[in-house]
Design a protein around this ligand. Sequence first.
Ligand code: MN
Ligand code: MN
Length: 471
Amino acid sequence: MKKKDSNKNHLLYERKNFWKEAPVAQKDAAFEFAIEYQNFLNKAKTEREAIAYTVEVLRKAKFTPLSARKTSKRVYSIFRGKTIAMAILGTEPISKGFNMVAAHIDAPRVDLKQNPLYEDSNSAMACMRTHYYGGIKKYQWVSTPLALHGVIIKADGSVLDVSIGEKDNEPVFIIPDLLPHLARKEQYSKNLADAIDASKMNLIFSGMMDPESEEKEALKSYALKLLNTKYGISEADFLSAELELVPASKARDAGFDASMVVGYGQDDRICAYTGMRAMLENADAKLKRTMIVYFSDKEEVGSQGATGAHSIFIQDFVAQLMAHNGEDHSSTALRQAFINAQILSADVTAAIDPNYPGVHERQNAVLFGHGIGVSKFTGSGGKSGCNDANAEFVAKVIRIFNEAGVFWQSGELGKVDEGGGGTIAYIMANLGAEVLDCGTGLMGMHSLYELCSKADLYSTFKGYQAFLKAD
Ligand code: MN
Ligand code: MN
């Protein structure tokens, strides 16, 4: 071991391969960690479901709602059912800062339109119109089994949770793609981005009708009758509903060595899950700084609105937390809390894909199996729209990772001028906090089958754990 080490040039920055360098016990732990993670991905296919799963875990770990005014050191707060913040209080006043891992739990998908149902006379089928959410490649969402998830608020205000297509005995939905035989003009002559028109992403809902019916739209009427029988709803109930089409597939091991996980929604539920687990792992330690894990919504469409990271919610959460902690929670004290905060913007990055190495610059891109990715900045072009983390803070996070033996690597999202992307980092940094982008590298990001390495999944968890408990 020593001999091998002395041959190394210690002046070089070399990322380490987890599978090569990690002790066997750590590799086993990485495989073990991926089991419940996959269960989470299967249970949390929407932001609301991610919250339901999280709250169940938090309650088991003796967290209480922040509003309950108990003396609990472990608290959480849900806002509008789609965003959540959870915290464990430290011994130091929150105005001196806190450590936060901030991820997002929305994912690209295809929503139903507000008035979705129609009878298509050409095909003699009942169909639903859709409106995609976030940056999808539309061609990936056709000819693939989809499940319908979401909520319908009935006229009396009661909430109906919908999930169709996850269980083996439930039907799934298909947006059919055009057969290749007839695609020459409609698709093959077009750019990839235009080949599937958003107006042609209607899903086939049903095909039966009431044999007795003399109605003009007998297929649509029958579909509404079925919906009414099953859910007690009428067509107008769709107008306020939030119904999302997501891949009906389950997360599972990938690769012959099973060293990867393939599944939907890993951007960014992988960072949400590892963040939450990291905080729980530190739960029994007596720590100086308060730990906060925040799951925001609407990141894929710009982070605006009441549940997006731009919302007042996270500031209000910290203010409430300060009040709960018995400290001054004036606006000055709250500003100080954020200015003194250390935040990891926990979002995924793009790992080098063997089929498309050219979109990255390898020296500054993350690789599977080499740990959690650290991105000093995101953005596109000339760092447009970026949060550029402070050098001092980047160095500090790297020091924390090194001291904890976390596998990490530095990388940016793609080659300069190749494209780019953003995260919620700048939104938190606008409050004066130190913020660094830090998350797992994925292949096939935003697709129905995002891929991650179990080494990086586990290293993300260990990285967040070390960060959250740091002074
Ligand atoms: Mn993301
Ligand atoms: Mn994304």
